[in-house]
Design a binder for this molecule. Structure first.
Ligand SMILES: Nc1ncnc2c1ncn2[C@@H]1O[C@H](COP(=O)(O)OP(=O)(O)OP(=O)(O)O)[C@@H](O)[C@H]1O
Length: 748
């Protein structure tokens, strides 16, 4: 008989007519025999008929039963991939079983304030799952906060753990620690709040033998002194001898639950032989059974089940949280309920810790900081400098059949004289050379060749008697049809770029208008007589400047402020998920909405910095004057950023890889930027498309921001408030979808 410090003692008794061999009796302070002769086991964790599968319906856990007596060390053994971690994740409430039941302290995880996930469980995942940017102290107080610990309480516990685990100095960054040191900090983080149930997934990997021994000794003390229940997985089978009970899993099934001594006793020839040999023999035996088929297999299984005293039949708890199967009753002790776990005060404390974590990570991760804060602003600077301005120095050819090109090149318009010679040169001199540059050609063929070779965008041809014809039609008032048509300047353009050809034509018309007024007034004719009957006065909103920057840059800012947070949050969220810290926090009692809320709080500072930068770029670099309320613009920018943050969450929850987030964000970026009226007015689209694009997140906010900046309209204007409503609706929709997705995932 082996007396372990846990106080749980298992001893073998003779078999009860079972050809497999043995039956065992559990004697402990958690095991008793009732008056009617039923064995009563006090169990902290009970799993019955468990089935778990992931995406494909091939179970990784199948028909599994498990009984973990309370106040003991339970070592869960099994080959890699047999489903240990999956089982543990269902016990801590990270995942749900597809079939069967789990009870922890008499409750299903996640129900009735059992504190699991939460304060009553400590979970050390297989990976170290810590934030590299945190110091050792920050790590421990981060996880301590989730359990409602004060800084002083964390400090006291730290003093205990630092000696036991030989923890590195408090101020060391986790990212600079060795693998073994990280594992020790991870271990400490799981134990800092003294949970009733401690779940350790391979805690001793990479830790030296001496420290391993210390850890086992500590666990044994913990179990004895505080009645903690410890479930530990390990691939070092021999160290499981120190456990009170060993559960052996194979292919998703529990094939034995015994004390290590009983396993050794029944599966090895030596009294104190290696546990590894016993486990190996047990697994081989199970494999042989599995290979048998038909009825025989079922019989064998039932025999084995009776040996393990685990039933595979449907079991439900009775009203007193007891479970009776054949000759065994499993009692489930209750633990202190965490009635305040869901209170707003506790939530707020967790949100603050999460938000602080986000800010620390950002501030200590310079490339991330650069990406999140500076890049959007730098890109907006480029936008402000370069985007939306009219094209300049566009080259066109001139074929002048009226005068020699050299004469036109040296032409100086005579001051104040009604000069009727070289009017083609006079017209050309009115063309703004900043907008349109002239290249002279001897013949039309040369000009055509220049267009074909891409040197010029088109050309103008002046007829031979251009000056005389102009004089005849404008001054002398000739009405001859042939004359009227012959006096025309002929223009031919490369129309593949409508913006360029449109700009050139506008410049040529403007020059013609100046030339006509100038010529007529010099020749004593009131220019108004020849002016078009359509007159434009100064604009109601905006200016006469032809640049598109006033139109495009504010809505481009909306696009940038929406898309950068998508990528930044999506990638950061996936990073947290992949590192396992997120799952760890969820086991510590954090809820999904609290993670979202913390991001919304910490991103406030990031978004505000971005917005102030962007507004500065619009005002001082793009020189766009805000006619309306600057606060309203900032408010819309902020909401747009938050909308991007929410979509980032959604993508971070949907995708499993960062590259997927980047691809999806890019896929969403193109239609949003191209169709939301930033580059092309929505009015230019078919009506049905106009209605559809208004549903996109940047369309109505883009219209709003233009209306505030360029027209000075307020929030109550029908062009402004829909932008705010749209952006808030999108944000709420994304957040709700994220929470829904997490709920669905938890059920998988
Ligand atoms: N999230 C998941 N999605 C799909 N399959 C998964 C997922 N997690 C685990 N699996 C699969 O389930 C099976 C059991 O994995 P699990 O991690 O539970 O095994 P394990 O016994 O803990 O292995 P190890 O000892 O190597 O940690 C494996 O085949 C694994 O690939």
């Amino acid at each position: 008989m082996d007396k372990r410090s846990s106080g749980v003692i298992y001893s073998a008794v003779s078999t009860v007519g079972d050809d497999v061999g043995n039956s065992f009796e559990l004697e402990s302070r958690h095991t008793a025999v009732s008056e009617i002769g039923i064995e009563v086991v006090e169990a902290a964790v009970v799993v019955r008929n468990a089935e778990k599968w992931y995406k494909v319906k091939k179970p990784v856990i199948s028909g599994l039963n498990m009984t973990v007596p309370s106040g003991c060390i339970y070592a869960l053994l099994g080959s890699s991939g047999c489903g240990k971690t999956s089982l543990l994740s269902c016990i801590v409430g990270l995942r749900n079983l597809n079939k069967g039941s789990v009870w922890v302290f008499g409750e299903k995880p996640g129900t009735n304030d059992v504190g699991i996930p939460g304060r009553n469980v400590g979970y050390m995942p297989q990976e170290t799952s810590l934030y590299d940017e945190f110091t050792v102290w920050e790590t421990l107080s981060y996880f301590g906060t989730f359990s409602g610990m004060t800084k002083e309480q964390v400090g006291t516990e730290f003093k205990v753990l630092v000696n036991l685990l030989d923890l590195p100095p408090l101020i060391r960054r986790v990212g600079t620690l060795s693998g073994g040191q990280r594992r020790r900090v991870s271990f400490a983080a799981a134990m800092i709040h003294n949970p009733q149930l401690l779940i350790l997934d391979e805690p001793t990997v990479g830790i030296d033998p001496l420290l391993r021994q210390q850890i086992w000794a500590y666990l044994t003390k913990l179990v004895t002194r505080k009645n903690t229940t410890v479930i530990i997985t390990t691939h070092y089978i021999e160290e499981a001898r120190q456990a009170n009970m060993v559960g052996v899993m194979r292919n998703g099934k529990m094939i034995a639950e015994e004390s290590p001594q009983n396993l050794i006793h029944h599966f090895t020839t030596e009294e104190n032989g290696p546990l590894e040999t016993a486990v190996l023999k047990l697994c081989k035996e199970d494999a042989i059974e599995e290979n048998e088929n038909g009825q025989g297999q079922v019989k064998q299984r039932r025999r084995r089940n009776s040996r393990r005293r685990v039933s595979t039949w449907d079991i439900e708890l009775d009203t007193k949280k007891r479970l009776t199967v054949q000759s065994q009753e499993v009692k489930m002790p209750t633990v202190d309920k965490e009635s305040d776990e869901r209170s707003l005060t506790r939530s707020w404390a967790r949100i603050k810790a999460l938000a602080r974590k986000n800010i620390i990570i950002l501030l200590r991760n310079y490339p991330l900081l650069l990406f999140v804060i500076l890049i959007p602003s730098i890109e907006m600077i480029f936008m402000g400098i370069a985007f939306g301005y009219e094209p300049k120095h566009l080259k066109i050819g001139v074929v002048n059949q009226e005068v020699n090109n050299t004469i036109c090149s040296n032409y100086i318009p005579p001051l104040g004289k009604c000069d009727l010679s070289h009017l083609s040169c006079s017209y050309l001199s009115h063309i703004d050379s900043d907008e349109v540059e002239l290249e002279r050609f001897e013949s039309e063929q040369y000009a055509v060749n220049a267009v074909h070779s891409g040197k010029v965008w088109g050309y103008l041809i002046f007829p031979q008697n251009f000056s005389n014809d102009i004089y005849q039609s404008m001054v002398a008032g000739a009405k001859d049809e042939q004359l009227l048509s012959s006096r025309k300047i002929i223009g031919k353009f490369d129309e593949t770029n409508k913006h360029i050809s449109g700009t050139i034509k506008a410049a040529l018309y403007s020059a013609l208008s100046d030339f006509t007024s100038n010529f007529l007034s010099k020749c004593g004719i009131n220019p108004k007589r020849k002016q078009s009957s359509l007159r434009y006065r100064s604009p109601i909103y905006g200016s006469d400047i032809k640049d598109m920057s006033v139109y495009a840059t504010p809505s481009m800012a909306i696009g940038a402020l929406f898309f950068f947070p998508i990528i930044s949050i999506g990638i950061r969220y996936i990073d947290e998920r992949q590192s396992g810290v997120l799952e760890r926090s969820l086991v510590a009692g954090v809820r999904t909405w609290e993670i979202s809320a913390a991001y919304l709080i910490s991103e406030f500072f990031v978004l505000l910095t971005q917005e102030v930068f962007v507004l500065g770029v619009l005002t001082f670099i793009a020189e766009i004057k805000t006619e309306g309320s600057v606060l309203l613009v900032l408010g819309l920018f902020l909401l747009t950023g938050y909308c991007g943050v929410s979509l980032g969450f959604l993508l971070g929850s949907v995708c499993s890889e960062k590259i997927e987030v980047a691809i999806l964000a890019l896929a969403a970026f193109m239609p949003n930027v191209l169709l939301s009226g930033i580059f092309w007015p929505v009015q230019g689209m078919p009506e049905i498309v106009q209605d559809l694009v208004k549903l996109m997140p940047c369309t109505l906010p883009g219209e709003s921001v233009r209306s505030i900046i360029s027209r000075g309209w307020g929030l109550t204007h029908s062009n402004v408030w829909p932008g705010f409503v749209a952006v808030i609706s999108h944000m709420v929709l994304y957040l709700l979808l994220t929470i829904l997705l997490h709920k669905i995932k938890a059920k998988l």
